[in-house]
Unconditional design. Structure first.
Length: 419
């Protein structure tokens, strides 16, 4: 969340910034609720002081054997007023907190201004899309022909937007995320295997709630949530902690399954592995000092890109504009892999710097030279595994219907071809 003091001091400027973000955000509500909070506190202070003075007067009168009934009645009336104001404050404080939680992060000054993904800025392209001398097939057809992807059986046991992986398809998926974890740990990331379910506080901490509750799978009998990304449990590992500044940056990588309701995506990417309710992902998470966070964003993005370079998949990197930026992010690079079936680049990773936005929600700080400050948090997919599987099947397909296994994955696969 944003610092409420900063919101109050810069309300008009923030409202102007939000005109370039997607969605409608009520900055005035925060200002009005905070004004009401201050008004109530001022009244409470006045009435409590009056009650204390009256109490002292009652004690004096009783000591002198006098009649204090009138002052006692006055104290009772003051007590009722205080009780009413305390009830008002108990309503205003959560309303103010929710209003503040509903405001998105402020985009960094380096983020391009725009209204949609059409205004994102391409930074670089790596690798050339393959030119086929045969009729290339989409990954869902390749998977069906090779009997390694089975959405029909998945629909029977679960529903739409699920896939059963079979044989070498299952091994390919497992090989990819093991290769990713091995590569990232060699680059200094500590591997984490977190729970796939989190509590409501964890979802608030990283910014999934309250805005994106409809996109989450909520387990109603105990109010747990299936994680939409490993970002949620891994970032919350340090919730409420003060980290030794000498230990920063802290770098984690984590494999998890991810679960998303995909609310509002009806009719989009209905075939294949691109938009599933359940998918695998390796996530990169960093905690660092404010002055290094944008350098760490560049490094994190390079670590995610390195996976595509090693596998040999063509991709590009774009900077998201203000209108396409995620709720919690101050700056995001999307890495997009080339998918022949789409005839374009498709997102396979988002690498973001949240500055202290998540840290304020989770109260994660660090201490350096006796001074305590909020950390900056970052994360990015390193990478989305299902989309990597789809990209390999499409980019490494052969005329005879087989798929060549990328060289770096052969030790994990135990074969150099899927046929």
């Amino acid at each position: 969340m944003l610092d409420i003091k900063y919101v109050l001091e810069n309300a008009k400027q923030i409202e102007e910034i939000y005109t370039h973000r997607s969605g409608v955000y009520d900055v005035k509500k925060v200002v009005e609720l905070d004004a009401r909070r201050k008004e109530i506190l001022a009244e409470l202070e006045t009435y409590r002081a009056q009650k204390n003075r009256a109490s002292d007067e009652v004690a004096r009168i009783k000591k002198e054997k006098g009649d204090a009934s009138e002052i006692i009645a006055e104290m009772k009336a003051l007590g009722e007023k205080i009780k009413t104001l305390e009830a008002d404050l108990a309503e205003v404080m959560p309303a103010l907190n929710n209003a503040a939680l509903s405001l998105p992060n402020i985009p960094d000054s380096s983020v391009p201004v725009g209204s949609s993904d059409a205004d994102n800025v391409e930074m670089r392209r790596v690798g050339e899309p393959r030119k086929f001398d045969f009729a290339a097939k989409p990954h869902w057809e390749i998977g069906s022909d090779l009997n390694i992807l089975d959405p029909v059986t998945a629909a029977k046991i679960s529903g739409a937007r699920f896939t059963v992986y079979r044989g070498l398809g299952a091994r390919l998926e497992r090989s990819i995320y093991n290769f990713m974890l091995d590569t990232h740990t060699k680059s200094g990331y500590t591997e984490i295997f977190p729970p796939f379910m989190v509590n409501r506080d964890s979802m608030y901490g990283t910014g999934q709630l309250p805005k994106f509750e409809e996109d989450a799978f909520n387990i109603k009998n105990n109010d747990y949530f299936l994680i939409p990304t490993a970002e949620v449990p891994v970032t919350n590992m340090h919730r409420g902690e003060v980290i030794d500044g000498d230990k920063l940056p802290i770098k984690y990588c984590a494999y998890t399954a991810c679960f998303r309701a995909e609310a509002g995506s009806a009719g989009r990417d209905t075939r294949g592995l691109i938009r599933q309710h359940q998918f695998n992902k390796v996530e990169l998470v960093k905690f660092c000092k404010p002055e290094t966070s944008f350098d760490e964003l560049e490094k994190l993005t390079a670590d995610a890109e390195n996976i595509l370079k090693l596998i040999g998949l063509p991709y590009r990197v774009v900077t998201l504009c203000t209108g396409d930026l995620g709720f919690s992010s101050a700056k995001t690079y999307d890495i997009e892999v080339w998918l022949p079936s789409y005839g374009r680049y498709v997102e396979i990773s988002s690498c973001s710097n949240f500055r202290d936005f998540q840290a304020r929600r989770m109260n994660i700080k660090y201490r350096q030279n006796g001074i305590t400050s909020f950390v900056h948090t970052l994360n990015g997919s390193g990478l989305a595994v299902g989309r990597t599987t789809a990209a390999i099947l499409e980019n490494y397909q052969n005329a005879d219907g087989s798929v060549t296994v990328p060289e770096v994955l052969i030790p994990y696969m135990g074969t150099d071809i899927i046929k």
